[in-house]
Design a protein around this ligand. Structure first.
Ligand code: F6P
Length: 383
């Protein structure tokens, strides 16, 4: 019987996922493997019915040369995604066939996953995700199941790697959108406030602010003073011959004495939705300065659409590396770029940690903008 490899994508989608899926599929098929894609992240393997007669086509699909041929041209993930955490499943997210089987919730269904993977005779699983999805990959490895991980997230905050698939496209999109936003803000001589996703790390806000040359940018790593920011933006506007100013605010930014703007229910990994700090800051800036403001939330547009060239490159390279690890029989490893070089690290190293922007080296917390101190010798994404 042929060896069986399966791939899944979990968490927020990013451009580049399909390119990684495609190259792994092609390499594996050429090497004699049978390749499968689980649908909807960890929900796919969780919902498998262990019955040879059952229809599992909503949870797993066969990947062929033909089915992956065109996928790398598009963003998102054609396998679909979810924030399912098999070790922490609430009653309402239980697969239909497991309803009524447990006394208390949430339940840890790791054992179900292992049984399902064995039932499907999957030899190795490639998981492409951010720290949440990958934390469960680490758990599976501990249970003795073979997993190889690939990091992706537009936040670029997975521990152990300089780079995660999706980051470059998000920054490219952000720079283009901020540049475009100059036209209405400039034409009406206003103060423009742009909110960008990025959760608890400032990489997206910093790179977009720095490269699009916004006057100020607010990152989650440093609490900011909204009144002081308002004064700065008023002055920036006065100094600008085109009479406008711009600030990029990370969704995870925290005002001094205030809190992160969170809403809704916690997901299975304990995260609530972020967002709202941009609008709140815009209202305050208008009140403080008397200048009309324009607020724009970049939202999901940063991770929408097709991957840029850099994300295609990293996705393909991570895909090749992942397959090479599988061929070597390795498990519990994650592909990374470390100090500018492609490498692998144990998944166990990343658990419970996340990367933050190196504020000391890159940011002036008094001026709310970049202050790049050392560049000689640092790797491309070592910022
Ligand atoms: O972690 C990636 C990310 O895009 C964050 O920047 C953002 O806070 C979050 O996902 C949005 O989550 P969702 O896709 O569930 O709305």
């Amino acid at each position: 019987m042929k060896k069986r490899l399966a791939i899944l994508t979990g968490g927020g989608d990013v451009p580049g996922l399909n390119a990684a899926i495609k190259i792994i599929t092609e390499l594996a098929i050429k090497d004699g493997y049978e390749v499968f894609g689980f649908r909807k992240g960890w929900a796919g393997p969780l919902r498998i019915l262990r019955d040879r007669e059952a229809d599992n086509s909503k949870n797993i699909v066969s990947l062929t040369m033909e089915s992956v041929r065109k996928v790398s041209r598009t963003g998102g993930t054609f396998l679909h995604s979810s924030r399912t955490n098999p070790s922490n499943v609430k009653e309402k997210y239980l697969p239909e066939h497991l309803r009524g089987k447990f006394e208390s919730y949430p339940v840890d269904l790791t054992e179900e996953i292992v049984k399902n993977l064995k039932f499907l005779e999957i030899d190795t699983l490639v998981t492409i995700g951010g720290d949440d999805t990958l934390s469960f990959a680490g758990r599976l490895d501990k249970e003795g199941f073979k997993v190889v991980a690939i990091p992706k997230t537009m936040d670029n905050d997975v521990w152990g790697t300089d780079y995660c698939i999706g980051f470059s496209t998000a920054v490219t999109r952000g720079v283009n959108l901020v540049t475009a936003f100059r036209t209405p803000v400039g034409s009406h001589e206003r103060i423009g406030i742009i909110e960008v996703m990025g959760r608890y790390a400032g990489f997206t806000a910093w790179y977009i602010g720095y490269l699009a040359e916004a006057d100020r940018f607010i990152i989650p790593e440093i609490n900011f003073n909204p009144k002081r920011l308002a004064k700065m933006l008023k002055k920036d506007r006065e100094m600008n011959p085109s009479r406008y100013s711009l600030v990029v605010v990370s969704e995870g930014a925290v005002p001094e004495g205030g809190d992160m703007h969170l809403s809704g229910e916690e997901d299975a990994y304990g995260h609530k939705k972020l967002g709202g700090i941009g609008m709140a800051t815009a209202e305050l800036i208008k009140k403080e300065t008397g200048v009309d403001v324009m607020f724009q939330n970049m939202g999901y547009l940063l991770r929408s659409g097709e991957p840029d060239a850099f994300d295609r490159m990293v996705a393909k390279t991570f895909g090749i590396m992942a397959f090479q690890q599988i061929k070597k029989g390795n498990s519990g490893v994650m592909t990374v770029i470390k100090n500018g070089k492609y490498a692998v690290v144990p998944i166990s190293d990343i658990s419970g940690k996340s990367r933050k922007l190196d504020v000391k080296r890159l940011y002036d917390p008094d001026e709310y903008r970049a202050d790049v101190k050392e560049v000689m010798g640092i790797p491309m994404f070592g910022y």
